[in-house]
Design a binder for this molecule. Structure first.
Ligand code: NG6
Ligand code: CA
Length: 506
């Protein structure tokens, strides 16, 4: 009798366990991060862009929480991507600056990343789009063989990537471990030190270009799809992308991933190539913004968002999917190509009211649009001025999915789940941003640590926020950082400098 009861108990418990497992597995929301590239705080209409309407991005804000005080960890691409995917400030680790095209993998493989943690929570995890976090080991990569370690070794269950940034060779897609459309009779070679093969370059054959590199900025090496890039490549002709098709291809892959995982929780880190240089959007968008290719690329980005939203809708997944839309760093006009971004910007302010831009310690470097929509979990149409960083997604998603953060992971991530859901306006106690130098924001104040770096990056015409003395800005009164009040508030400077130092020492 006793035995039967025990067996009954065990089996009922087991069944209940199974049941609750499958129910909760189904209830866990899908998570989609749509990460734009170089999109400024003022570059979409729900953040003040007047000249063109970004209707699909605006729609996310209509139905979700639009943050006005959200930051990437850094003012450039590689470090911000490292931050969002690891929950760790990139400046804690060497080699997290803008990754050269032949950099080795900089994400950890010995402990969990954000996708690795979500994988443990039962998610299928995909990266689709721009990677720019290095691939392979220090021994270099043979692009004609299995490429590893990469996204699959860093927590993703599926990957379809552009390896570096669009302006760097090799201009091919890599799916899981392999270059797509590789041809054993046309081996790919990549070199960042000297020319390889006989392909024309921007320097030698400018007549073959559809867009010219900006003088003094490089981008004049191997020509792929009539645009010269940084770095040299030869071979792989069949595998080379056409810039105007990139958005359509990666959006299609995203929709495929979503629909083949509709029965189970999924995490999609969708990293658009827009609006980074070289900007050459599809003919559907070229000439449509009235602002040249940069504006056209914003329209393409908005279309991408619309396509993903539409796919979720048609699969009945809208209610249980959290979409986060943001950017990896602030805006830049001329970032290496003469694409008329400068001439046609008119009275549009890509950074909105902020000072600086991409590369800058001023606000426009890392303060970015950030929208969270999740009909099943968020009461929509809210604006939140809560101070929050992309580095917080790790701990917040761990909370959301019932994962415990291990001692060796996500050291800088705060659980901001309630804030993400619009249920709390509690600020992060402090937040560190990183460009040439580090800055700390706490409450209304921002302190930029002294730096000997150049004041202006002349090629891109952006103020970098460097100064040999301390800078202190009272952000609530002076969002545009026009008045350095360090001399008036020496105690504040001391406190913030000490706080920054203590964060650095942690
Ligand atoms: C810079 C490139 C710029 C862009 C950037 C990376 C030069 C002169 N400029 O070094 O064109 O590629 O790196 O941008 O090479 S990011 O958004 O991926 O960080
Ligand atoms: Ca970027």
């Amino acid at each position: 009798m006793k035995k039967i009861t025990l067996i009954q108990k065990i089996s009922t418990g087991f069944l209940c366990g199974l049941l609750s497992l499958s129910v909760s597995a189904q209830q866990k929301p899908n998570i989609v991060i749509i990460y734009a590239d170089d999109l400024g705080y003022g570059d979409v209409s729900c953040y003040g862009m007047k000249k063109i309407r970004t209707q699909h991005i605006d729609q996310l804000a209509q139905q979700g929480v639009r943050f006005t005080n959200a930051y990437a960890t850094s003012a450039t691409c590689t470090p911000s991507r490292f931050g969002i995917l690891t929950g760790k400030y990139p400046w804690r680790q060497k080699n997290t600056g803008i990754a050269p095209g032949d950099a080795s993998l900089i994400l950890p493989t010995d402990h969990r990343t954000l996708p690795g943690m979500l994988k443990d929570a039962g998610y299928q995890t995909a990266v689709i789009g721009k990677w720019h976090l290095g691939l392979g080991t220090n021994a270099g990569i043979d692009w004609n063989k299995a490429i590893s370690p990469g996204p699959l070794e860093a927590g993703f269950t599926y990957s379809f990537i552009m390896p570096a940034t669009l302006d760097r060779v090799p201009c091919v897609f890599v799916e899981d471990h392999h270059v797509i459309n590789a041809d054993p009779n046309d081996l790919i070679e990549v070199n960042y030190k000297h020319k390889t093969g006989n392909d024309p370059t921007g320097l030698e054959n400018p007549e073959k270009l559809r867009m010219h590199p900006a003088p003094g900025q490089g981008h004049n090496q191997t020509i792929v799809d009539s645009i010269s890039r940084i770095g040299w490549m030869s071979g792989g002709n069949r595998a080379r992308w056409k810039d105007e098709n990139i958005a359509g291809i990666i959006t299609g892959k995203a929709i495929q991933f979503i629909s083949s995982n509709k029965q189970q929780p999924f995490f999609l880190y969708f990293a658009s190539g827009d609006i980074h240089v070289p900007r050459y959007p599809n003919s559907m968008f070229r000439g449509k913004s009235g602002m040249g290719l940069r504006g056209d690329a914003i329209l393409q980005l908005d279309w991408t968002v619309g396509q993903i939203v539409k796919a979720l809708d048609s699969l009945g997944l809208t209610k249980n999917t959290m979409i986060i839309f943001s950017s990896d760093n602030g805006p830049v006009l001329n970032d290496g190509y003469l694409d008329q971004a400068v001439e046609l910007v008119g009275n549009h302010h890509p950074a909105g009211p902020l000072r600086g831009g991409k590369y800058s310690a001023f606000e426009a470097g890392a303060k970015v649009p950030f929208i969270v929509k999740w009909p099943g979990g968020i009461k929509g149409k809210q604006t939140s001025n809560t101070l929050i960083s992309q580095v917080d997604l790790f701990a917040s998603f761990a909370k959301l999915t019932g994962q415990t953060i291990q001692p060796d992971e996500a050291p800088d991530s705060f659980d901001m789940l309630q804030q993400l859901l619009g249920r709390s306006r509690q600020n992060r106690p402090y937040l560190v941003t990183h460009a040439g130098t580090l800055a700390i924001i706490s409450g209304d104040w921002k302190y930029i640590s002294p730096s000997k770096g150049a004041k202006v990056a002349r090629e891109v015409n952006i103020e970098l926020g460097n100064d040999t003395g301390p800078q202190l800005y009272h952000l609530s009164a002076d969002a545009g950082e026009q008045h350095n009040v360090a001399a008036q508030y020496p105690d504040k400077v001391k406190t913030l400098a000490a706080e920054l130092e203590s964060v650095q020492g942690r």
